[in-house]
Ligand binder design. Sequence first.
Ligand SMILES: [Zn+2]
Ligand SMILES: [Zn+2]
Length: 374
Amino acid sequence: MCVLTIFFQNFQRNKIFQSFKIFYLFKTNQVNQLYKIFYSYILTEKQLEENSFPKWFDNTASINETQTNQQKKLAIIPNLNPSQQTKKLDNIKKLATTPNDQTAAIMNQTCKRCNKTFQLRSKDYFYLTSNSECIFHWGKLRNVRVDKAIEHKYSCCSGGMDSQGCDTGKHVYDGIYNGNGNGLNLTGYVQVSLLSNEEDTKLSNNVYALDCEMCYTTKGLELTRISIVDMHLNEVYESLVKPDTQILDYNTRWSGLTEESLKNCNKKLKHVQSDLMKLFNKNTILIGHSLESDFKALKLIHTNVIDTSVVFPHKMGAPYKRALRNLMSEFLQKIIQEDVQGHDSKEDAAACVSLMIWKINEDLRSKKFANIFK
Ligand SMILES: [Zn+2]
Ligand SMILES: [Zn+2]
């Protein structure tokens, strides 16, 4: 079948290939030219910082070290707003009755769902059974018109702002991040070494999209699934991941994952990191939506990043971000995340690539890539 026929078939079926030029590059797999085009959208150092992408605490130290050495180093999450920072370290208390017993030391955290304070044993982050039940609304507060007035109602159960929650579970939090590198989850990070894969030129111009699912553990949000697709939307990597720490909530409604789905999973974060270090090199471009949260879950530091939440900004500017599903329905008239089983990280990763191809099509019309097509 000639390229032109496929182009017109795709044109009708899928609006992402509006330009013959970009379609031709994809069809003939002109990796170097495609790489150059994608590269023009990567975040600047300032944008990485503004969007709180993890980086090394000591920037000079870690990129040429082995994975094991890197994992001992400290990362920081820059530019966290105060609501994302955890008030910790000053709230570790010892129970007065047993002043010498470290096992009795407890740590207070604030639940992100119900705002109640809950306690973890600070030695091992054990979730204390004495904690109250978390009663919460899983939906978002929305403005709803009732008669002629606007009321705030939860999307989960249409309950009002002050109504009793419609779901119950354990208290949860995002993890401990204070922005200064003192956070609990800020060790164990890895970055593709500048020395690794250097001679492997086949890998040097890869563009991948990545999306993760997370669950709540006693250490905050942790990785439970990762999906990676390439720029042709082919699956490159797919894995479930079992957190090391006690799981408080599988986030089944969003992640689609349950206790059952992780029961026979032996893959841990460190195994995934090793796989990624073989798959990526320093030139690899990673595409995602609010990718900083995936990087935090993966404990990954990488700087060639395209973030669709930045490429398609909210009209009110940062820190507001547009939802991926809204971008997909607006620009590609495609409905995603409709599945009652929760998000599909592979679908979301593919959505980010499709959005970028749409964007490239648009920019081709304005001759943005004139130098690449000389
Ligand atoms: Zn709670
Ligand atoms: Zn509710």
